[in-house]
Write a protein that binds this ligand. Structure first.
Ligand code: NAD
Length: 455
């Protein structure tokens, strides 16, 4: 398929300036919301077909976020898109200064598979709110959700404004050969590098939402039972196939045994199974085999069972793990939870900082000094203190990685900014003209300039 025609159409439509109208943007966002409402049953069916994700999980971790993002954008668009006043320094008086947010143009959004609606439609909402035209490429791996997203968009929107492309690496590569005004990518660090290189050829700005190994650190003074409960919930939600789920645990050696018992108890209590719809399948055979390969049976403390036919892997805790184990060399992205002990917090900081920067980090402690030390000395995308993953649920917080876990951020106002350019303007009247600016220059003017430029 050749995408240049669609991109040409979109560029042409963008320069009609219709997407710059706030009313147009609000109408399109409302339309998207009503399509999602109308299709909700199909959305639940498609994702269940793909990997047995339940209605509860789909609503609470995907659709509710998208609806709120749309509402938030509609509510704040007049404020976000208006001219923003800035202070004017003395050498520019009596002028005024302001910033004009403007859309970037034709944007490409590439989604990942693990939250297929959220990761395609949330950036889409931001791009629409900012007044762009968009080509959306959802992940091909959950094929039913990909087909449904494409159908919902291509049946209801003009391709010159919004178009969804179905496909995998081949189609994405072809898209990346085109010139876009913005590329927003969610996925692995490896593919993120490919996207970044392709974008560099056209100096296209990118946002990369990538992955990594996100640690949870448990200090000896923390509330072990509640920490275990919160970690079990986040690690086994979506069967661990969540970019910000805790990848592994670092625990003070003196409380390890107690903590393991709490972890085990909560896994049993939450009763993870397909039957009661609180557990999902591993997305495909390739990932199932990869995870089984990482599961060292000699280190299983709890769980460890798997079934290839249903792509089931039980919530599993691994102990006696060190940073040299294969499971610590890649993002796990599945329901395997290695527990590593430490006796010196500085070793923890060094271990994390000497590896690629994680997308998230979770700190469980009641000691404020330790909390502040860890928060200031470890670099990571975002995180939580005494909780896991809930940072993503606060739309007032920008969401994004750093270093190997990504660049840029989105959600709420940050998403609007990601798909906008902020044009800085100094606006002057003609009635005042400072002579000092113009030649001929001399020592008096220099003295004045030295003073004025400090103000
Ligand atoms: P992936 O990198 O394999 O695929 C992401 C997208 O890139 C898909 O749309 C896919 O079709 C496309 N793609 C795959 N190979 C390509 C290639 N060679 N050239 C061009 N395009 C290609 O990632 P995934 O398996 O879909 O998702 C899992 C990864 O995404 C994990 O690392 C996870 O941590 C990360 N992730 C990050 C976030 C975040 O918000 N930071 C969210 C979800 C997932």
């Amino acid at each position: 398929m050749h995408y240049d025609e669609t991109i040409k159409l979109q560029r042409h439509f963008f320069y009609t300036n219709e997407t710059r109208s706030i009313d147009f943007r609000i109408d399109q966002l409302k339309k998207l919301k009503s399509i999602l409402h109308l299709c909700e049953t199909f959305l639940y069916e498609a994702i269940y077909t793909d990997f047995k994700k339940s209605e509860f999980d789909t609503y609470s971790t995907e659709l509710s976020f998208i609806y709120r993002e749309i509402d938030e954008a509609i509510h704040h668009l007049p404020e976000w898109s208006g001219h923003q006043r800035a202070k004017t320094n003395i050498i520019n008086l009596p002028g005024r200064s302001y910033i004009i947010p403007e859309p970037l143009g034709v944007c490409l959004i590439i989604g990942a598979w693990n939250y297929p609606y959220l990761l395609s439609l949330l950036p889409l909402v931001s791009a629409m709110a900012a007044g762009n035209t968009i080509i959306l490429k959802p992940s091909e791996i959950p094929s039913s959700t990909s087909a449904l997203i494409a159908e919902m968009i291509n049946v209801n929107f003009d391709p010159g404004y919004l178009f969804a492309v179905e496909g995998g690496a081949m189609e994405t590569t072809e898209l990346l050969n085109q010139k876009f005004d913005k590329i927003f990518f969610t996925g692995s660090t490896a593919v993120g590098k490919i996207v970044y290189q392709a974008a560099a050829k056209n100096l296209t700005p990118v946002t990369l939402e990538l992955g990594g190994k996100s640690p949870a650190i448990i200090t000896k003074d923390s509330n072990l039972k509640d920490s275990a409960k919160r970690i079990v919930w986040s690690k086994f939600l979506n069967a661990g196939q969540t970019c910000i789920s805790p990848d592994y645990i670092l625990i003070d050696v003196s409380v390890k045994e107690k903590f393991l018992i709490h972890l085990r108890d909560y896994i049993q209590k939450f009763d993870y199974s397909f039957e009661n719809k609180n557990y999902v399948q591993i997305i495909n055979d390739r990932n199932f085999q990869r995870l089984v390969g990482l599961l060292d049976k000699t280190k299983v403390y709890f769980g460890g069972e798997s079934d290839a036919e249903t792509r089931y892997i039980a919530p599993t805790i691994l102990t006696g793990v060190s940073f040299d184990d294969p499971i610590m060399t890649e993002e796990i992205f599945g329901p395997l939870l290695p527990v590593i002990v430490y006796s010196d917090l500085d070793d923890v900081i060094h271990s994390i900082n000497s590896r690629p920067k994680p997308l998230a980090c979770y700190i469980f402690t009641n000691d404020h000094e330790i909390r502040d030390k860890l928060l200031s000395e470890i670099s990571f995308g975002g995180g939580a203190v005494n909780d896991t993953m809930m940072q993503i649920s606060n739309h007032h917080l920008p969401f994004g990685g750093t270093g190997d876990s990504g660049m840029g951020s989105y959600h709420g106002k940050a998403g609007f900014a990601t798909f906008s350019h902020f044009k800085s303007i100094v606006d002057k009247p003609f009635w005042f003209e400072p002579k000092i600016k113009y030649p001929p220059y001399g020592t008096t003017k220099l003295a004045w300039i030295k003073w004025l430029m400090k103000l």
